[in-house]
Write a protein of this length. Sequence first.
Length: 76
Amino acid sequence: MESPTHAFSDLFAQLGLPNDNEAIRRFIDGHRPLPDEVELADAPFWTTAQAAFLREELRDDADWAELVDQLSAALR
């Protein structure tokens, strides 16, 4: 069985954030640069639930992990 495929905008929706292209651009521009030594989930702009989701997805190498990595790279 194939893993579900998600779009980058779907990650923003999953995090409860606006997910249109302009909102994503504003979010990234407004929160970068995130220092390399700060794990994405430890960034101060996440809620507790958002941070837990990001940590869990990376830890479990789950469906969203690749997009979480992309978001981390975009914020660097």
